[in-house]
Design a protein around this ligand. Structure first.
Ligand code: GDP
Ligand code: MG
Length: 332
């Protein structure tokens, strides 16, 4: 199964863990043909995640339903399944908010974050929607900039290393708290201003996705219903981009391997045509073996590309619901 990885960053309390738990529950139920599962054998992780997710769904617990904060990095591995068949495995890295701030973070954790970010197909930036509940647009921008300045440092280093900026999904949590206070055009303005450096490029993919774990979650002392809004959109966005990248990467790999096959064929035919005394059958066999190995690698990748092409329209039908998408240097 193909693998990919996502990294999630955001302040402490911005809703990263709640997002993950609600997303897990939603995808366990399934969205269309799509479900996720924790790989077999990882019982402890599965139990821990399931318990915390179930607690979030227990209204009577009130404020105790929410996960406790942690100071460590949590890594979760999920299998994405389509019609119950494994399609893509992804690792999800949830970093504590402190990692963003050089004054607070353990340098080793920051190094680990950089490494994981470089290997991630999408960066999720979690922004606390409570910052967008009330106040003027300028005040909201100032609040978001308190996060963006730290994220920008990592993006600069990423750009230096990889020569491009990673695709980014900005998850604006707690939509229930700002739905009445901040509309879409304000969201656009707030994030364009706060993350000017990424919006001024024409090679970036950015999505802004408001999410909530329930419009009434805080009602009655946090005894409101767990009723997620848009919770599946970030993960579909991440998966869509991971698949595009994989397909692109595979096409390039296959192109190179086809050249390699031609080279091997040429050498083999040359060897075959030699005068029998100089001819090496071992060499001919080796070259034939290479050709057939390369061909089966190519076939496997082509199969993946084809299978994904079958599923992409359905994935895109979900990501089409993301109203704020920016690429080619403009909004779509
Ligand atoms: N109103 C509202 N509150 C939320 C939502 N998601 C999370 N919260 C609150 O935000 C707190 C912090 O969330 P958590 O996921 O622990 O943040 P983390 O530190 O980024 O992992 C939770 O304890 C909840 O009280 C939401 O969608 N709506
Ligand atoms: Mg957390």
């Amino acid at each position: 199964m193909e693998r990919t990885q996502f990294t999630m960053l955001g302040d402490t309390g911005s809703g990263k863990t709640c997002y993950l738990l609600a997303m897990y529950l939603k995808m366990l139920e399934g969205v269309g043909k799509f479900t996720i599962a924790i790989p077999k054998g990882d019982f402890q992780k599965e139990q821990q995640l399931a318990r915390r997710a179930e607690m979030l769904d227990e209204e009577d617990l009130g404020v105790d339903r929410f996960p406790e904060g942690t100071n460590s990095t949590q890594k979760y591995t999920f299998n994405l399944k389509i019609a119950h068949e494994d399609v893509l495995q992804f690792d999800w890295y949830d970093y504590p908010g402190s990692v963003l701030k050089p004054s607070q973070a353990d340098p080793a954790m920051r190094e680990n974050l950089k490494k994981n970010l470089f290997d991630s197909s999408v960066l999720f930036i979690c922004i606390d929607g409570a910052k967008l509940a009330g106040g003027s647009v300028d005040q909201k921008i100032r609040k978001v900039k308190k996060i963006s300045r730290y994220v920008n440092q990592f993006l600069s280093e990423y750009r230096e290393e990889k020569k491009y900026i990673p695709p980014i999904a900005i998850i604006v949590t707690k939509y229930d708290l700002y739905a009445q206070e901040t509309n879409e055009s304000e969201l656009r303005k707030i994030f364009e201003e706060s993350f000017q450096s990424i919006f001024s490029r024409d090679d970036t993919f950015i999505a802004i996705i408001p999410v909530s774990i329930g419009l009434e979650i805080e009602f009655d002392d946090n005894r409101g219903e767990l009723d997620p809004i848009n919770i599946e959109l970030p993960i579909f966005y991440g998966i869509q981009i991971a698949i595009y990248y994989k397909q692109h990467e595979f096409e390039n790999m296959n192109r190179n391997l086809k050249i390699e096959i031609d080279n091997n064929r040429f050498m083999r035919d040359f060897e075959k045509d030699r005068f029998f005394l100089w001819r090496s059958d071992a060499m001919i066999n080796l070259l034939d073996q290479n050709i057939s190995n390369y061909q089966s690698e190519i076939d496997q990748r082509e199969q993946f590309i084809k299978t994904m092409n079958q599923y992409l329209p359905e994935i895109e039908s979900h990501t089409d619901k993301i109203n704020l998408q920016f690429w080619d240097g403009r909004w779509h």
